[in-house]
Write a protein that binds this ligand. Structure first.
Ligand code: ATP
Ligand code: MG
Length: 564
């Protein structure tokens, strides 16, 4: 028999007003409906209703991870620093890491993610190729000292993550483990009732090759992604590529110098010449591992330094300063053009394609040049996607104008490769009797964040509105107030429970029907069953929380309907 929870005994205190510090919908509603309580910035207590939703999500995650052969383990959150020093992440994480000392002065940290420890576990437990492949997972508390712990449980400093790790002996094996996770994630998010997109991401600090993110579109999200309205292309803004398409440039006249006094910026130049910024070529100078490099993009576009950094990693990218121009007669600040940069590596955005003509610096003070043709007057050393993506940019797949949207990152899957296996010398004995280096994947789902993402996507102006699989109950029975109505409500609740439904019944005495209805809508159980006006006849009213549709029926009909 499923549980019948009486509101008269449930620890829940709903609030009419939004908490003062809450900016996002999920934060406001989860606090007001009594699901969570803030203990400190980014640190949350899960109250009974919140714990139920959290556990429902965790259950779905466990079922689907078990279905792909994942084995559940539980690693500690309190970790020695040495493994993270070995991987370099003790330093790399910087302020994000919670560090602490024990009584003897030894250094520890609170785990932000567990690649290092899982690698050590497998090194200890698996010795032969016959022990692999293996998928290990845990649902566990993570710690990150986030700079802006906002938006409630969406971004905590303590939060719950499902993290899993795959260990294979071959690249094909890794691809297979990755595909298994991708499928499991699709099933998980579908069952949870989340609207999501899979976008290709840049692997970044984790190292490794292939990586995709699962994004739940929502205004409260902190990630921006591009979405094609015409095809199924979606990508993290950093991962968008633009096709290099050479054009015929033979009709352009010869390059010509222009007098452009006092025009060191694109704005001043465009205004002086009365042309749009898009016909000018902007040449940004940066230092890459100390060497000056020029980056060419159309004058109306911004260089995304993060993207540039990702492309050139592990090289360091910095902006140039006035001192860098000392002794460099070839570099005329504000009037740089690629046609005069023999000694400087020239990186360009694919929009600066062979055959395109530009107005750009003439490498002389107060002079620019027009009809400067790519491939004729200057050469591009490397094409890299370096501009900030804008709404309307062409889809790399089909050419349609892209849309920019905000989303919450709910999951992330990575092919890590051998980075951690190299650090910890994780080998197993291969078929030929020789050691084989293991290759790894790592896969995360924000389980506590999923509570917030679901709240964001499903709530309406009355309150929370959970999909059935995650809701804290299947049905919320409301007794309108009189003794007879309470009696009927408790009776129908018992019958529903006996038939297998999870029931919340509002049997509170001395609470007005209006308050009970408002609370039921705020709490967001999918079906609301009211013992009201026609209780004496054994007639109840069933209301769909989402659509607001109401229907009167007998108790027997209601039980049959809700437990079908
Ligand atoms: P973000 O970019 O949002 O900081 P991340 O890319 O650093 O996240 P991962 O290291 O990929 O996060 O962690 C795996 C998953 O854990 C994320 O996809 C997200 O769902 C969840 N997660 C990460 N940080 C937090 C946090 N501070 N609070 C709640 N969930 C989080
Ligand atoms: Mg991520």
């Amino acid at each position: 028999m499923a549980q019948v929870q009486r509101m008269s005994r449930l620890m829940v205190k709903t609030l009419r007003d939004d908490p003062a510090d809450a900016e996002t919908l999920n934060h406001k509603l989860l606090v007001r409906a009594g699901y969570v309580r803030r203990t400190a910035a980014g640190i949350w207590t899960w109250l009974p209703l919140g714990k139920k939703v959290y556990e429902n999500i965790a259950r779905v995650v466990r079922e689907e991870m078990d279905a792909i052969g994942g084995q559940e383990v539980l690693l500690p959150a309190l970790l020695p620093k040495e493994p993270y020093e070995a991987s370099g992440r003790y330093e790399e994480y910087g302020d994000l890491l919670f560090r602490l000392k024990d009584r003897k002065g030894a250094d520890y940290l609170l785990g932000p993610t567990h690649e290092e420890i899982f690698t050590q576990v497998v090194k200890d437990q698996c010795s032969s190729y016959k022990d692999l492949p293996v998928i290990l997972y845990q649902i566990q508390t993570k710690y990150r000292d986030e700079a802006r712990p906002r938006a409630g449980v969406l971004r905590g400093r303590e939060f719950q993550m499902k993290d899993s790790y795959s260990f294979d002996t071959t690249d094909e094996g890794l691809a297979e483990s990755y595909a298994l996770h991708r499928g499991a994630y699709q099933r998980i998010f579908e069952r949870l009732g989340l609207d999501y997109r899979i976008v290709s991401a840049v692997a970044g600090a984790m190292g490794g090759s292939k990586s995709e993110e699962f994004l739940a579109p929502a205004p409260a999200g902190e990630d921006t992604f591009v979405d094609c309205p015409a095809c199924d292309y979606a990508a993290n803004t950093e991962a968008v590529t633009f096709q290099l398409a050479p054009v015929d440039g033979s009709a352009h006249g010869p390059a010509e110098e222009l007098d452009t006094p006092d025009t060191p910026t694109i704005e001043t130049l465009a205004e002086h010449l009365g042309v749009p910024a898009s016909v000018t070529l902007k040449n940004l100078l940066v230092k890459v591992d100390g060497e000056i490099v020029a980056v060419g993009v159309p004058g109306d576009r911004e260089v995304d330094l993060g993207k540039l950094g990702e492309h050139l990693a592990p090289a360091e990218v910095e902006l140039v300063t006035a001192e860098d121009f000392e002794g460099r007669d070839d570099l005329v600040r504000g009037y740089v053009g690629p046609q005069g940069l023999d000694k400087v590596r020239y990186i360009a955005d694919p929009r600066v394609a062979p055959g395109t003509a530009w107005i750009t610096g003439a490498n002389k003070q107060d002079k620019h040049a027009k009809n400067v043709v790519c491939g004729r007057d200057f050469e591009v050393d490397d094409y890299l996607d370096v501009v900030v993506v804008e709404e309307g940019d062409p889809c790399p797949n089909c050419g349609t104008g892209l849309k920019l949207d905000r989303a919450i990152e709910i999951g992330h899957i990575f092919q890590l490769g051998r980075k951690y296996a190299d650090t910890f010398q994780l080998d197993v004995l291969g078929k030929e009797g020789k050691p084989v280096r293991v290759t790894m994947g790592s896969y995360g789902i924000g389980v506590s964040r999923a509570v917030a993402a679901l709240a964001e996507q499903t709530a309406d102006d009355k309150g929370l509105c959970w999909p059935k699989e995650v809701a804290p109950a299947d049905v919320h029975v409301v007794a309108a107030g009189k003794a007879l109505q309470t009696e009927l409500a408790l009776d129908v609740a018992e019958k529903l429970g006996a038939a297998g439904a999870r029931v919340l019944v509002d049997d509170r005495a001395g609470v007005s029907p209006g308050v009970k209805f408002t609370d039921a809508e705020l709490i967001g159980v999918p079906q609301i069953l009211v013992a009201g006006r026609r209780s004496a006849e054994g007639i109840v009213e069933l209301k769909d929380r989402r659509t607001g549709e109401r229907e009167e029926m007998t108790v027997e009909e209601a039980v049959a309907r809700l437990t079908a």
